[in-house]
Design a protein around this ligand. Structure first.
Ligand code: NAD
Length: 287
């Protein structure tokens, strides 16, 4: 299955000499995307606050004969982004594809309870106890953390043939999940911003689309999905019941959708879409 998928990718997608800048590239999803772009001939710039994590993936790409460079970057600091843009332009060339992948939730912006009820214990972190700084952190990381890299890197995309931007939204953007109001709101803002950018840049040849991954098990949601003994939590059971395909996704299952959106021939007229890659979650009413 894996080998067949690789064969198909090689056959259909060729990013030779395309400069692909990926933020959050030290993470589970974007590390996988970076390696996949590397295999298809792209020159990959891996940006992450965690420079070591980005370096690890860059090393893997290089070890397989690809071209990659890691840059320690804070997507929330414009000076950091501008310095990295200059370095990328010098090392690899100007960007063709920007993947805005840095993002995530924070426990300070997560309630303990799904529904508010009378008589909850004093220890319960309800909506009323959510921390303002935690909520700001989540909004900033997801929304500003997409807007600022776009401001910096899209300057080099104006008028560059085939240039495009791919954001990472979420299932939360279509219908909010319980417990995580800030993350849901921030990802809804990402979907909205994707459409805004698609329109705004439509006259200068930059397409902008997003993917909305369904449920994958990663470091940031593991605590919500499995208990300390590794058994699925009631929340994980609920997710699986509401995913018609009945399983969690794997990060490599996002690659085909991202490649399609990034490929300026295959998706040349696709602009402003948010593509769910979710095993049917967004299509299912639960009944
Ligand atoms: P991850 O935590 O594995 O990766 C996120 C990466 O972003 C980390 O390497 C982290 O160091 C980096 N980062 C954090 N703050 C940063 C900053 N200020 N500047 C630069 N880099 C920073 O998460 P992931 O699961 O791979 O998620 C990647 C994207 O996909 C995120 O936008 C996430 O919200 C989204 N997403 C994930 C899932 C899922 O199920 N895992 C589902 C839908 C959407």
């Amino acid at each position: 299955m894996q080998n067949n998928r690789r064969k198909t990718m090689t056959q259909f997608f060729d990013f030779t000499n395309k400069v692909v800048v990926i933020t959050g590239a030290g993470g589970v999803i974007c590390g996988e995307l970076a390696k996949s772009f590397g295999k298809q001939g792209a020159k990959v710039a891996l940006l992450d606050l965690n420079g070591e994590a980005a370096q690890k993936f860059a090393d893997e790409i290089i070890a397989e004969g690809g071209i990659a460079k890691a840059y320690k970057t804070n997507v929330l600091e414009k000076e950091s982004l501008e310095a990295v843009r200059e370095a990328v332009n010098k090392d690899l060339g100007t960007v063709d594809v920007l993947v805005n992948g840095a993002g995530g939730n924070n426990p300070r912006a997560t309630t303990d309870n799904e529904f508010h009820e009378v008589g909850l214990s004093a220890e319960t972190k309800t909506f009323f106890e959510l921390d303002k700084a935690g909520i700001e952190f989540v909004f900033n990381l997801n929304y500003l953390g997409t807007l600022l890299p776009t401001q910096v890197f899209a300057q080099d995309m104006v008028g560059k043939e085939g240039a495009n931007i791919i954001n990472i939204s979420s299932m939360n953007a279509f219908t909010p999940l319980t417990k995580i109001p800030a993350y849901s709101g921030a990802k809804a803002a990402i979907s909205n911003f994707t459409q805004w950018l698609a329109v705004h840049f439509s006259k200068v040849g930059i397409r902008c689309n997003a993917i909305a991954p369904g449920f994958l098990v990663t470091a940031q949601n593991e605590r919500l999905l499995f208990d300390e003994n590794g058994n699925p939590t009631p929340r994980a059971d609920k997710i699986l019941r509401n995913t018609p395909m009945g399983r969690f996704g794997e990060s490599n299952e996002l690659v085909g959708g991202v490649f399609f959106l990034a490929d300026s021939t295959l998706s040349s007229f696709v602009n402003g879409v948010v593509l769910p890659i979710d095993g049917g979650f967004a299509a299912y009413s639960g009944v």
